[in-house]
Write a protein that binds this ligand. Structure first.
Ligand code: NI
Length: 409
């Protein structure tokens, strides 16, 4: 593990804990104190607008969500590229003890989207300062509602990909991690980086009655329990281990009293897959298993399958471009190729379905913490090292600059 502060090639060395926080860190910590949930982030939107004030940007805000889209016109002719940050927090009660911990009870920037927001502001400042050299335009996409609220889809529908006047030719985004990756490292891979995510809700309807006389009922609880375990078995028997799937039932609910057979039972599951083939196969398998078991129990079942986010896929040439750019900026000791896809998911995948580009992971494990054991993203104890922000901004700016340069006439 190379310590970022020891790397002589670091253009803007991450601050040591003794240093006063930089401007981007201050912005990030202000956002951290005021987390907001979902598609409507009025405070965050105001903070972004005020942080961008004075920059030569064409700014529009969203209609269906409190997004910010900013366009920087380069001094030279050329196409447009897009840089994206998500901005929303999670319904988690913060338990970090940080001096700038959340001041909103029950909400926390537990996935580091506050760093994404501040980092993209940093990139906008860097690029605005060298606007004359830019061979085209840059679209900055500040997106609410990544955490299951479909924010990227809404911004695409409201035209973010065409905000500069023509469809962007490439798009880049990053995600910070409070664990696994040492602070100040950057990583991605060619092909599938993150899983697809779908939601399944199953409602089983039987006929309720007295718990002592189950023969007079049609018990939905027993049927639902069998469905939950049978789905796991079917996955193990039907899905190729080289193209795996995860189905996790996180909610199961039924009944009001121990001696009453209820009329209904229900469960909710999340599904993760890495290919469209496996995704379709799991849907078929879940529907068939649930309905088959319902028939065996003489109950009825309803399966609601809600597609959420597709897999995040980096075209190979875009992944190599991103790794090469990061390697040139920070030195090879701080840049890694991710060996296998990761089972998290992300709605930047929707942008990458429309235009080529790359999504990268940024290591932000807290100073002094062991990347192997530090609290994971979404945990109430997750701590992110925001001294990575200057480098994160520099990387985004470099990706935009070089992507435009490569296409310059
Ligand atoms: Ni996230």
């Amino acid at each position: 593990m190379t310590s970022p502060s020891q790397n002589p090639e670091t253009p803007t060395g991450p601050a040591t804990p003794a240093d006063a926080p930089g401007e981007l860190q201050l912005l990030r910590r202000a956002l951290h104190r005021r987390p907001e949930l979902g598609l409507h982030l009025p405070h965050t939107q105001r903070a972004v607008l005020s942080a961008l004030e004075g920059l030569p940007l064409e700014i529009t805000t969203g209609k269906a969500l409190s997004s910010v889209t900013a366009v920087l016109r380069g001094g030279r002719p050329g196409p447009a590229v897009l840089l994206r940050a998500d901005m929303d927090a999670l319904p988690v009660r913060e338990d970090t003890g940080l001096p700038y911990a959340s001041e909103v009870d029950g909400l926390m920037h537990a996935c580091g989207h506050d760093l994404h927001t501040a980092g993209l502001v940093g990139a906008a400042r860097l690029l605005a300062a060298r606007r004359e050299e830019l061979a085209g335009d840059v679209v900055f996409m500040f997106q609410p509602g990544e955490e299951g609220h479909d924010g990227a889809r809404l911004m695409i529908e409201e035209g973010v990909l065409d905000a500069a006047g023509a469809r962007v030719v490439a798009a880049y985004g990053v995600h910070v991690f409070s664990t696994v990756l040492p602070s100040g490292t950057f990583a991605t891979r060619a092909g599938t980086l993150l899983a697809a995510c779908d939601a399944v809700d199953v409602t089983v309807t039987g006929r309720g009655g007295h718990g002592s006389m189950p023969h007079l009922t049609r018990d939905p609880v027993v049927a639902a329990c069998e469905m939950v375990t049978a789905v796991q078995t079917r996955i193990a028997r039907e899905i190729d281990v080289q193209d795996p799937a995860v189905v996790t039932v996180g909610v199961i609910a039924a009944g009001t009293a121990r001696n009453v057979v209820p009329d209904t039972a229900r469960f909710e599951a999340t599904v993760r897959t890495y290919s469209e083939a496996a995704r379709a196969q799991v849907e078929t398998l879940v529907r068939r298993t649930v309905h088959g078991i319902a028939a065996a129990h003489d109950v009825s079942a309803r399966v609601d399958w809600t597609p959420q986010y597709p897999a995040t896929v980096n075209p190979p040439e875009q992944a190599s471009f991103a790794l090469k750019t990061a390697g040139e900026l920070f030195g090879p000791g701080r840049v890694f190729e991710v060996p296998r896809p990761v089972s998290g998911s992300e709605d930047f995948s929707l942008v990458l379905q429309e235009v080529p580009g790359a999504f990268l992971a940024v290591g932000a494990t807290a100073p002094g913490a062991d990347p192997a054991t530090a609290a994971v993203n979404h945990s109430a104890q997750a701590v992110f090292d925001d001294s990575v922000l200057d480098d994160q901004a520099a990387l985004l700016a470099a990706l935009a600059t070089r992507a435009l340069e490569e296409r310059a006439a």
